[in-house]
Write a protein that binds this ligand. Sequence first.
Ligand SMILES: Cc1cc2nc3c(=O)[nH]c(=O)nc-3n(C[C@H](O)[C@H](O)[C@H](O)COP(=O)(O)OP(=O)(O)OC[C@H]3O[C@@H](n4cnc5c(N)ncnc54)[C@H](O)[C@@H]3O)c2cc1C
Length: 402
Amino acid sequence: MDMDFSPEDVAFRDEVRTFLAENLPERIRDGARRTPGVFVEPDIGMEWHRILYEKGWVAYHWPEEDGGTNWTPTQRFIFEKECALAGAPSLSVLGLKLVGPVICEFGTPEQKAKFLPGILSGEDYWCQGYSEPGSGSDLASLKTSARLEGDEYVINGSKIWTTHAHHANWIFALVRTDNAVKKQQGISFLLVPMDQPGVEVSPILSMSGDHEVNQVFFSDARSHVDNRIGEEGQGWTIAKFLLENERGGSCHAPRLLKSIEGLEELATKQPSGVNGAIAHDPRFRDRLARVRLNAEALEVTELRILADLAKGRRPGPQTSLVKLLGSNIGQDIDTLRLELLGHDGLQLPLERPLYGNEAPEPVGSEYAQVAMGNYLNNRAWTIFGGSDEVQKNIIAKTVLGL
Ligand SMILES: Cc1cc2nc3c(=O)[nH]c(=O)nc-3n(C[C@H](O)[C@H](O)[C@H](O)COP(=O)(O)OP(=O)(O)OC[C@H]3O[C@@H](n4cnc5c(N)ncnc54)[C@H](O)[C@@H]3O)c2cc1C
């Protein structure tokens, strides 16, 4: 899409571009490219996090007084777009984009002083304890309990699908602190240290063999009352604030468009079996063009959200639209890629990581080696952060007024 950037924006874009060219190591780009999981592994992601931290660019969506950059929404968009074009890994959203903004918005000065520096520097690694067995879409039915004993909460229950809990030293959890009130009103938002006897992390392997998610068990685990964000019973309000950031906190379109460019290039190299390369097959060109148009339309929607943010408005239910479209376009890209790769795309190596010196030899290309893992893992996009059906319900109710 053509955008009329101001001269300041163009200067900013050039500054970001130069920084990326000089500071994004090939090892990290290679790791990002060859990760079949949804989430970049901490050895790659946190190395990039620390580079950005040293530059002062890691928390570009936080208020300046809490360690943010004071960039305009357009500058944030430019930054994300340039990172996507340069092949930088996505940063872990769990600290920077999920719990960080919650602490900035709802935390006390003491809580900000305690938690924000560790998120910024990357010293603390967070995971998200929302979903439970039986409480996913119907999140308000969650049962994990936190009972106040003196100045500590005693926590019992279980969280599931907890991304990177095996790397995390803190979990932000929704817990039930009151059973006597309406279910949404009995929930609190509690930060819990993972490194204690009452917390057990049990791995769940995805269908590609990747270990990204876990089940976390709390058996009389403890957390100080000062680690509760907001008031008791305010957890549902905070949970919704966080979910809006989870669904709409990033621009998906730049990465999707970069992937589509990769497909367009690949299509010029793959034989159609009939008449030259698949890129000349009108049916395939049609499908590729549709995906590109959808991604470009998503980019416009994301820019509209940024314009709202610039006017001080919260993005609201538009984030559901972005989540829905971004997830589905991503899956369309994965499907087209596998079709383009033919039998090379059927390989599913189980060794990890697929980057670095120990990586197994690819069959065909490195691109093909991760394609099936990407395809399988990315099925999760239409589930986590609220499934497609849940997003459609939100859009029907709040946007269309049905
Ligand atoms: C890879 C991955 C990573 C995740 N990471 C985390 C994490 O870090 N932390 C965390 O807390 N959670 C995480 N989740 C959990 C995720 O948020 C839940 O899986 C999701 O909210 C769906 O809940 P569920 O799995 O219990 O499915 P259910 O809620 O049981 O839904 C089952 C099916 O029913 C449909 N459905 C449910 N309710 C409705 C309705 N009202 N109308 C129409 N259809 C409906 C759903 O769309 C779905 O198709 C992750 C999930 C995945 C797959």
